[in-house]
Design a protein around this ligand. Structure first.
Ligand code: UDP
Length: 328
């Protein structure tokens, strides 16, 4: 039986990866410090014999006894609102956390896949973005703490591969949506769904002409799984090239939810990328992967999920209090 460590396991992507690796017959070691993750996302796995949970911050030394086959490093805040509130933790988990897990992988002779992001392309000057593009990132802007940590993550991962011969994989994840996204984390899919369900106006930032390309969670997990099982070490984009403006997206959500909400405009956050669309030629060729779920279908499923939340969950405003961290 393969033994797999998943960091950020109580988060959105991490919890879906736990489900997938359990279904593939792995023994899953789930790790999370629960700053932005939620045990609710993995509580259904607790009774299983081949699932264990470790409450640990991977930015500090990670110790595990026994052998290990795979590591998937998915621990990180992942919404622009979170990085603004916990910038130091965001930098640490992408840099020190990655260093610790690469060390663990080397020690255990395990294969490691790290979760990078389309944010390494910053506000891109090339469209669509292919893996050869170096990006256009401000190191000192509000997103710099995330973008630069992820760029460092890629750099140190390649260094461990080249210098130590470590078996590494790098996925560049584009905007992904699905069940278990935190309702109030500020990302656009839960934001619009929550607003529609509470009967509030939808908040479009800027004039809504900025674009994103949204990938359904099942497609994302499949791409990540294929990459891990491949022998390809350079970064690969996993995302859905179906691009939309945020204004059209808001209109789509209003139509889907059958509500008659209005759209209100708020200022565009600093360094918000104006356009984003993955070039997935590499994933198609190397992994024989491409997305299967159309946005209209995926959004219907995720709307069912948000509808299933309790009224208390739906009406709770941002409930995360990070003040105790105090930049540590
Ligand atoms: N956005 C918006 N209204 C919201 C939340 C986000 O118009 O209530 C916009 C945001 O400015 C960005 C896009 O939606 O252009 C996607 O934002 P998200 O935070 O989900 O992800 P990212 O900017 O990291 O792609």
């Amino acid at each position: 039986m393969k033994k797999t460590l998943i960091t950020g396991a109580a988060g959105f992507l991490g919890s879906h990866l736990c489900d997938r690796f359990i279904a593939e017959g792995h023994h899953v070691i789930a790790m999370d410090n629960l700053i932005t993750g939620d045990l609710k996302n993995i509580e259904h796995l607790f009774p299983l014999e081949h699932f264990e949970f470790h409450h640990h911050d991977v930015s500090t030394f990670v110790h595990l006894g026994g052998n290990l086959d795979y590591i998937l490093h998915f621990a990180s805040p992942a919404s622009p609102i979170d990085y603004l509130k916990i910038p130091i933790e965001t930098l640490k988990v992408g840099s020190l956390g990655t260093l610790n897990l690469l060390g663990l992988a080397k020690n255990k002779n395990a294969r490691i896949l790290v979760a990078s992001t389309s944010e390494v392309y910053g506000d891109p000057l090339v469209h669509p973005q292919n893996e050869e593009y170096y990006g256009n990132v401000s190191p000192i802007g509000p997103r710099g703490v995330y973008d630069e940590a992820k760029r460092f993550m890629e750099s140190i991962t390649m260094a461990y591969h080249r210098h130590h011969g470590l078996d590494t994989r790098i996925v560049r994840i584009f905007n992904t949506y699905g069940s278990r996204m935190r309702l109030n984390d500020g990302r656009v899919v839960p934001a619009f769904m929550g607003q529609a369900l509470r009967g509030e106006d939808l908040t479009v930032f800027g004039d809504g002409s900025q674009t994103r390309s949204f990938t359904y969670i099942d497609d994302q997990v499949e791409g990540i799984y294929r990459l891990l099982m491949s022998d390809y070490v350079e970064p690969i984009n996993i995302g859905n090239p179906d691009e939309t403006t945020i204004l059209e997206f808001a209109q789509e959500i209003i139509k889907l939810t059958g509500t008659d909400q209005k759209i209100v405009y708020k200022p565009l956050p600093k360094d918000d990328p104006l356009q984003r669309q993955p070039d997935i030629s590499r994933a198609k060729e190397i992994l024989e992967w491409e997305p299967q779920v159309h946005r209209s279908e995926g959004l219907k499923k995720v709307f069912e999920y948000f509808k299933s939340l309790t009224p208390e969950e739906l009406h709770r405003k941002e409930h995360r209090d990070f003040s105790h961290l105090n930049g540590k």
